[in-house]
Design a protein around this ligand. Sequence first.
Ligand code: ADP
Ligand code: ZN
Ligand code: MG
Length: 493
Amino acid sequence: MATAAISPEVLAKYEPVIGLEVHVQLLTATKAFCGCANRFGSEPNTNICPVCLGLPGALPVLNEKAVEYAVLAALALNCEVRERSIFARKNYFYPDLPKGYQISQYDKPLAEHGWIEIPTANGSMKRIGITRLHMEEDAGKSLHEGFADSATRTYLDLNRCGTPLIEIVSEPDIRTPDEAFEYLTRLKEILLYTGVSDCNMEEGSLRCDANVSVRLKGAERFGTKAEVKNVNSFKFIRAALEYEIERQVEVIESGGRVAQETRLWNANEGRTFSMRSKEQAHDYRYFPEPDLPPLIVSPQILSESRKKLPELPEARRKRMIAEYELSAQDARTLTASRDFADRFEAAAKTARNPRRVANVLLSEVGGRLKALGLEQEQTPVSMAGIVLAADLLDAGMISSKQMKQIFDVCFETGEDFKPVYEREKPEQITDASALEKMIDDVIAANPKQVEQYRAGKKTVAGFFVGQVMRASKGQANPALLNELVAKKLEGGE
Ligand code: ADP
Ligand code: ZN
Ligand code: MG
């Protein structure tokens, strides 16, 4: 697969310009304009009716839930929602479109003028504009393989006809394949947090067409764009864009002109291929859908929707970084999904020290999961177990070494923290005189550190605590040990 990054010579001379069109299936129980189940994976042609098949005389009725989700998505993407938007017919002939037209929105889309913030190569944030977000319906599926006679026939599965979609069109604000990747990652995250789609790319609930052109650096006008379709993962979109940028530059450098065309990505070959030129492109003959009234989103509905918006990923990360003293990377890990972040925060609230819960979760559990190549869902340790570990540590009832040993057992046996802790309740030395003796030994063996401490370098206390902890095989009661070390170093008894 040719996914080589773009060469530095190309980037020194040319600037890529990218705009993305993303289709997202809404997670409603029923379809956009009829009562058929909106479900992936059913037997072919079982979730269909006269409306979604476009039989004569059938009339569409708009699904309120689909509108609710589309409005939520629009608000989450900082769009202005139009009070009165218009459905339109987009006419084209294709076997998987029995009606002969797709109900969409055209010159009066549901929402416009939004944006998503993405991180750029230099670490700063950049806004990518969203031109529009409109509602439409999906088409069915042509099945070109999987049947004994697939060589000579194409089969149709019309279950997907009428599935509610939103299309989100970005401004041509994206400048690198990495930025495109970030935009898609953030967009997906926001839609998942908002709960309007499962964004499952394998099942086609999120699909992306990438528009890309190149221009000489400093040039004012955009170059001619190609539209790349058929890309089914964010990584492939990045690879397809890298390929396409190199290809367009080569065309220009060899004296040619980039053709305005639609190209298909071939993942096996790591290349794009011309599918159709713009000359053969469709004229969709849009006109207002006569069977549907204008869609009215009143100010009241809008303000109610606004109240339903969850805290969105970027805002949540900012708050959690401050609240739990996290690094940006740790904040990303904890907010990877809304459900996970919710569960973490609900658990952390019950702990003596929420920051320590974050710490134990990330370094002990997260570290082990990573080392074992496991997913978060495969963890043997519950949030309650993590809270228990953090509380015990915080109260000085176990040392961090003992906690680590318990987690080791959890990951060996698949048990939660609590049963292992209760079974193997670690021995603790809480006898002050025994600890004092160990401290005396360490102090006697390390006169230089004692001197440093007495000269004002108070952090050296940690060195002594560590040494005694080691001598006690991790069994010294940490709270008591800290207290005694300080006392001894201060010269007290
Ligand atoms: P079309 O008329 O071909 O549908 P649009 O102007 O509607 O083109 O834009 C479709 C998508 O292509 C948008 O995401 C937009 O940002 C992007 N786009 C438009 N012009 C360019 C260009 N010259 N280079 C790259 N992307 C572009
Ligand atoms: Zn139907
Ligand atoms: Mg367009």
